[in-house]
Design a protein around this ligand. Structure first.
Ligand code: TYM
Length: 346
């Protein structure tokens, strides 16, 4: 092994993040992740790599045609939300086989006990773990590979991915330690803003999720104006007026959630929103939230629908993105194989 040993500070500032094309995009995905992806792209100090993680999606059953459609729709969502394929690398995971190749190495680095502790594994596998796919169990090792195959330094995600990012750091630390080389960076999770955990509109203790059986629990990025307004009107609340200080949201999860959503959409701190709405009833606040949500989301959903009319163009963007992604991933995989002791062809 004669690779140069480099320190974390020598890694380029590179952002990686992914979204599963398993069903439609929700407001949670948009505010907790995608909007942050756009900010980091536009900030200009990072190289940004964004991925539709189709290999992760199939850890639970996906209808093949629906998966293809959802992957294209997600790509349209990225672009409609402000990701520019000329500024960011935008692609689907299965077109860059280096992810799965590095994931195998990481399956041999990560420990069973680490995986067993993952709350997402416990939630998704439920009581019938014996019948869950092996892929669902190994999911976090593939996620570590997604990030580390680009030597990404920053990963913007919602709160629910925090544990997986800690595991990514553990994989990098163990690999570096086992092979005595400072090769993989120790990634920084970027979990920021007021919408890192957008909750269900029907139950303030549950995360807004595309897999919730109740469609009324979430706002989908493809919902039309009337549907958005109706879901907000029917969102669960409590009978009290809104507080004018943040402490007043203690023990009021539904109120906090709607305020957080307003704050993230308006790009205003929670304190400012409460100054404007403190003392007002939900009957006054909800129409304002509806109006704001429609103003911000309708242009995105309209642009998504327009982009979806040309699937050939979407496929072209994805395959171009995959080429760019592979240009970064291939030498990192090659170096990894070399570190591990594999003979390569050149
Ligand atoms: P996924 O597809 O479940 O969600 C995509 C992103 O959206 C965020 N998110 C939320 N944020 C706030 N409130 C919510 N209710 C909410 N719901 C979802 C998620 O935190 C995530 O950032 N394992 C990942 C995908 C993945 C990945 C990666 C992410 C695969 N490889 C590498 C980062 C880096 C997942 O299932 O996300």
């Amino acid at each position: 092994m004669n690779e140069a040993v480099h320190t974390s500070s020598e890694f380029a500032q590179r952002v990686f993040s992914g979204i599963q094309p398993s069903g439609g995009l929700t407001l949670g995905n948009y505010l907790g992740a995608m909007k942050r992806f756009v900010d980091m792209q536009n900030e200009g100090s990072f190289e940004t790599v964004y991925c539709m993680v189709d290999l992760h999606a199939i850890t639970v059953w996906q209808d093949p045609e629906k998966l293809r459609h959802a992957t294209r729709e997600l790509c349209a969502g990225f672009i409609a939300a402000g990701i520019d394929p000329n500024q960011s690398i935008l692609f689907n995971q299965s077109q860059a086989p280096e992810h799965a190749q590095l994931a195998w190495i990481f399956n041999c680095v990560a420990r069973m006990g680490w995986m067993q502790r993952m709350t997402q594994w416990k939630d998704k596998a439920g009581k019938n773990q014996q019948n869950a796919s092996l892929g669902l169990f190994a999911y976090p090792a593939l996620m570590a590979a997604d990030i580390l195959i680009y030597h990404a330094t920053h990963v913007p995600v919602g709160e629910d991915q925090k544990q997986h990012l800690e595991l990514t750091r553990d994989v990098a630390i163990k690999f570096n330690h086992d092979y005595g080389i400072d090769f993989f960076p120790i990634t920084e999770p970027v979990i920021e803003g007021t919408a890192t955990r957008v909750m269900s509109l029907r139950d303030g203790s549950k995360k807004m999720s595309k897999s919730d059986p109740s469609d009324a629990s979430r706002i989908n990025m493809t919902d039309d104006t009337d549907t958005i307004a109706k879901k907000i009107r029917k969102a669960k609340t409590d009978p009290d007026a809104l507080p004018s200080e943040e402490q007043g949201l203690e023990g009021r999860p539904e109120a906090r959630n709607l305020i957080n959503i307003y704050s993230a959409l308006a790009e205003q701190p929670v304190g400012t929103v409460l100054r404007d709405f403190g003392g007002k009833q939900f009957s006054e606040f909800k129409p304002a939230l509806s109006e704001l949500a429609v103003e911000k989301l309708a242009p995105i959903s309209m642009e998504m629908a327009r982009l979806m009319l040309d699937s050939v163009e979407i496929d072209r963007i994805l395959s171009h993105g995959a080429e760019q992604a592979r240009a970064i991933a291939t030498p990192i995989l090659k170096k990894t194989y070399d570190i591990v002791g594999m003979i390569s062809s050149n």
